[in-house]
Design a protein around this ligand. Structure first.
Ligand SMILES: [Zn+2]
Ligand SMILES: [Zn+2]
Length: 168
């Protein structure tokens, strides 16, 4: 998604952007993201003095792999977007300046959209908050089946003691 500085400059009230964009890196770079619809962006871009502001919302349908039971599930992702751009070389900006320096007339927005969506994704996706996960013994999905495995963990020191007692 390309934003042209000139297009925004020519509109004192700014411009609205309603577009969808494919962000395949999010699927490629994240093992827990199985698929993602094109992201819908509803943004408003406006020039305020020398700063180009871009604000709005992003939305996408994401298929995650649950980090406990490894089942794929779909969820809607929503993220706020807010970035500030300035026409300058990065060396012209003070360290504390959070604006993004831009050379030339075009701003490629995709990397910034990607970044916001990545931040809005769950770090450990769960199909549901109370997902029971897989049995560590037999691998059965405990959301669907009940198994007979003993899963209480025995303290290894107590296990050694139990062995000793057995030998006597
Ligand atoms: Zn799960
Ligand atoms: Zn089991």
């Amino acid at each position: 998604m390309i934003l042209r500085w000139r297009d925004v400059h020519d509109q004192p009230r700014g411009i609205d952007i309603h577009d969808t964009v494919e962000l395949p890196n999010l699927v490629k770079d994240n093992r827990q993201v199985i698929a993602m619809s094109p992201a819908a962006a509803d943004l408003h871009a406006q020039l305020v003095s020398d700063t180009l502001t871009v604000d709005g919302k992003l939305q996408a349908q994401v298929t995650y792999r649950c980090s406990r039971c490894l089942t794929d599930y779909q969820d809607e992702l929503q993220a706020d977007f807010s970035e500030r751009f300035v026409r300058a070389a990065s060396t012209d900006l003070a360290d504390e300046d959070e604006r993004i320096p831009v050379i030339g007339d075009q701003i490629e927005l995709d990397p910034y959209l990607e970044q916001e969506i990545l931040l809005a994704m769950p770090y450990t996706p769960l199909c549901r908050a109370e997902c029971a996960g897989l049995c560590p013994e037999c691998g059965v999905n405990r959301n669907e089946h009940v198994c007979e495995c003993r899963t209480e963990r025995i303290d290894p020191r107590l296990a050694d003691l139990a062995k000793l007692l057995e030998q006597e």
